[in-house]
Write a protein of this length. Structure first.
Length: 328
C-alpha cells in the first residue's frame, strides 16, 4: 500500500493522539447513546467544486467503546452535508455548528451533535457541518473548507422561510480548528466559489459568531502547528500566514462575536483568543469573552461536566437573548 502525505499525517496523528482509558475499555452500561438525527442536506447536489484531482474515499471512524456515547470523526469527505437537529419548540433562531479536528478530520459528536443537543433544547435549530478538508486535493486548497461553510450558511438562510426560521437570526459556532473556520466565515466578505444556484445569491455572513477555544493565529509562537500544516502546508509563506490569521483580518462591521477559552489549554494557547479579542475591540465589534481557569482543550459538553466551564452553553444562550438573536 502506498501512502500519500495526507494518509501519513492522518495515521501519525492517530497514533500520537491521547486516548482516554474510558474510550479504550468496554464499559458495562445500561445507557445507550441518543439516536442520530436522520435529516441531512447535501451542500452540493451536483458535486462539490474543484474535485477533479480528488481520489480519497470518505470514512467515519468510531473511537468510543462505551455504548452511552459516540466519539466519531469524519475524514476524506467528498460530499459535504448538514445534519439537522430540530428542536421540539423552535424559536426561529438557527446555528451552523462547525466542529474541530485540526483540519485533518471533522469530529461528529464531541463538538457537533453533543453541542447541538443543549441548543436544540433551548429552541435553536442546529445544522452540523461535515466539511471537506484542505489536504485531500481539492482545487480550492486552503479555501476548500471555507467554501463549504459559506455554502452551508447560505443554504440555511435560503431555506429559512420554508423551515419556519428567521433569515436574520442565523448564527455560527465553531470549535478549535472549526473555530478558525467559523472565524474565516465571519471575517471574510469575499465569496470563495462561483455561484451555483439562487442560494448563492444571499449573504454568507452569520448574524452572531461563537468561537470555542479557536485556532485563531497561524503565526508562531501561539499557532497550533498541526492545523497550520494541514491548512497551509509545511512551509507557508509570510503572506499566507497573515492571510489566514484571524487577528490580522479586517473585522470592521462584522457581527457580534463571543470567545470562549480555558487558560490551561496546552494545545491551542489562550493567546489565540486574547490576540483576537484585541483585534475585535479595536474594530468596534460587539464582543464578549469568557476565560476559564481550567478546562484544557476540546472539552465540548461531556468532558467539562462538573467543572466551572460547563456553564458555557448557558452563557452563549444568555448572550443571544441580550442580542435579540435567541428570541424576538
Amino acid at each position: 500500500m502506498t501512502l500519500n502525505r495526507r494518509d501519513a499525517l492522518g495515521l501519525a496523528a492517530l497514533a500520537a493522539a491521547p486516548v482516554s482509558a474510558q474510550a479504550l475499555t468496554p464499559v458495562s452500561s445500561t445507557q445507550v447513546a441518543p439516536p442520530d438525527p436522520t435529516e441531512t442536506i447535501r451542500l452540493w447536489p451536483d458535486g462539490a467544486p474543484g474535485g477533479e484531482r480528488v481520489t480519497v474515499t470518505a470514512q467515519v471512524t468510531e473511537r468510543s467503546r462505551d455504548p452511552s456515547f459516540h466519539d466519531r470523526f469524519a475524514q476524506y469527505t467528498t460530499d459535504p452535508i448538514l445534519t439537522v437537529m430540530r428542536p421540539a419548540r423552535p424559536n426561529g433562531a438557527s446555528m451552523l455548528l462547525i466542529p474541530g479536528g485540526g483540519y485533518k478530520w471533522a469530529v461528529v459528536d464531541k463538538e457537533g451533535l453533543d453541542i447541538a443537543r443543549p441548543f436544540a433544547a433551548a429552541g435553536v435549530t442546529c445544522f452540523l457541518l461535515r466539511y471537506r478538508l484542505p489536504g485531500d486535493g481539492w482545487a480550492a486548497g486552503a479555501d476548500v473548507s471555507l467554501q463549504d461553510a459559506q455554502r452551508a450558511l447560505r443554504l440555511i438562510r435560503t431555506r429559512a422561510a420554508a423551515d419556519g426560521l428567521d433569515p436574520v437570526r442565523v448564527g455560527v459556532l465553531g470549535a478549535s480548528a472549526g473555530g478558525h473556520l467559523a472565524g474565516l466565515l465571519t471575517a471574510r466578505a469575499d465569496a470563495t466559489y462561483a455561484a451555483a444556484d439562487e442560494a448563492d445569491m444571499v449573504s454568507h455572513r452569520p448574524d452572531v459568531s461563537v468561537l470555542l477555544y479557536p485556532v485563531a493565529t497561524m503565526a508562531d509562537p501561539f499557532v497550533h502547528a498541526g492545523s497550520r500544516t494541514e491548512l497551509l502546508g509545511p512551509s507557508p509563506s509570510a503572506e499566507q500566514i497573515e492571510r489566514y490569521s484571524l487577528e490580522k483580518m479586517d473585522w470592521r462591521g462584522r457581527p457580534p462575536t463571543m470567545l470562549i477559552h480555558a487558560l490551561d489549554d496546552a494545545s491551542v494557547p489562550p493567546e489565540n483568543s486574547l490576540q483576537l479579542l484585541a483585534t475585535l475591540r479595536a474594530a468596534g465589534v460587539t464582543t464578549e469573552a469568557h476565560l476559564f481557569q481550567e478546562g484544557g482543550h476540546g472539552f465540548g459538553i461531556r468532558l467539562i461536566a462538573g467543572r466551572p466551564a460547563e456553564v458555557w452553553p448557558e452563557l452563549v444562550l444568555r448572550w443571544g437573548e441580550r442580542l435579540g438573536w435567541l428570541s424576538r
